[in-house]
Design a protein around this ligand. Structure first.
Ligand code: SF4
Ligand code: SF4
Length: 344
């Protein structure tokens, strides 16, 4: 449980926005001070109940980080963030938080309650840290000693005054592994993320062209990026999900780039039904794949990839055509490939 006075976080939020680190996520700016003022976002709110849910798929093998690093080293494989391989977490968490809110209302009626998960106007990590669900890591995500950071967050805003649960101590210490490993150097200082450079933002939130100078650094990551979490020593203690909902759906944990490139829009919509990936739409999905295919071509020329890219050109939008053009240019790119991910 957390109180609703997030005053000390408000200044940090304002600075972050003022520096433009939010990129084109203008909705973050639009919500303004409300993000740091739960009682303005939902009038009458007196406390926030915070919740977390582990999402590592149940079948995750021991040593899963090594498996993930290996996938990222294989240019023709597709890198999809672990959290997105199963059912859309928004749906799962919202339904469960709503069920919890209903049970609370049955016990203490009348109760005003509103649930959120991964919602733009809510400072989720701040609330999680204040209520003791984890500490804010240098990569800006919440983490804890007995669970790492591989979990989703959700909140219930209530009009009840609840005693806050105390924060837990931070244990990043002198570690800077997440900052050092980030392929695009998006963590510009401890606890400070320049979203404009973050691969998660670029492949999911960002509409429009991916900045050319960052494209080689995306490697084969086509939806999100887990590097700063893969390297974090506390994720040795990340827990498997208890629900089947987050089990990886084939082929998202083993697909090649070419397999996914072959999906037309109808197949994309069918295959991503009930998945968070569907939210980015087929156009961004293809844009991301074109960049990754270009990176694969630079690593090693491949006639099949070249053919597949060219085949899409006639019907491509201007945005996709430009990315395909860039990808084909990688065949002759004289620049050396970016350094391989410093995988552990
Ligand atoms: S998600 Fe990837 S790109 Fe973004 S901060 Fe973490 S390591 Fe960097
Ligand atoms: S990698 Fe190190 S610095 Fe980064 S969040 Fe984990 S413990 Fe903290």
């Amino acid at each position: 449980m957390a109180g609703v006075d997030l005053g000390t976080a408000e200044r940090g939020l304002r600075d972050w926005l003022a520096q433009g680190f939010h990129g084109s996520m203008h909705y973050l700016q639009r919500h303004g001070a409300k993000r740091a003022r739960p009682a303005e976002l939902v009038p009458g709110t007196l406390s926030v109940i915070t919740a977390r849910m582990d999402y590592l798929p149940r079948a995750t093998a021991d040593g899963w980080q090594a498996i993930e690093w290996q996938r990222l080293r294989e240019p023709q494989q597709a890198g999809v963030s672990i959290y997105a391989r199963g059912r859309d977490y928004h749906k799962v968490l919202r339904a469960r938080l709503q069920a919890l809110a209903t049970r609370l209302a049955d016990a203490v009626a009348p109760l005003g309650a509103r649930v959120f998960t991964d919602s733009a106007p809510v400072l989720e990590v701040e609330l999680a840290a204040r209520s003791g669900l984890g500490w804010r890591g240098k990569h800006t995500l919440a983490l804890r000693r007995d669970g790492g950071s591989m979990f989703f967050l959700g909140e219930i805003f209530v009009d009840l005054e609840l005693p806050p649960t105390p924060p837990i101590a931070a244990h990043c210490g002198s570690c800077s592994a997440c900052i050092d490993v980030c392929p695009t150097q998006a963590i510009v200082a401890p606890y400070r993320l320049d979203a404009r450079r973050c691969i998660s933002y670029l492949t999911i939130e960002h509409d429009g062209p991916i900045p050319v100078e960052l494209r080689p650094l995306l490697g084969n990551r086509i939806y999100g990026c887990d590097d700063c979490q893969l390297v974090c020593p506390w994720n040795k203690y990340a827990q498997r999900a208890t629900l089947p909902d987050f089990d990886a759906r084939a082929p998202l944990d083993s697909a090649t780039l070419l397999q996914l490139w072959a999906w037309d829009e109808a197949e994309f919509l069918r295959r991503t039904e009930g998945s968070a990936i569907r939210r980015i739409g087929h156009a961004r999905w293809q844009r991301n794949l074109a960049v990754a295919l270009g990176n694969a071509l630079r690593a090693q020329p491949d006639a099949e990839i070249e053919r597949a890219l060219r085949a899409r050109l006639p019907a491509a939008s201007a945005l996709l055509a430009e990315h395909i053009g860039w990808a084909l240019q990688q065949l002759t790119a004289s620049a050396p490939a970016p350094p391989a991910t410093t995988a552990r």
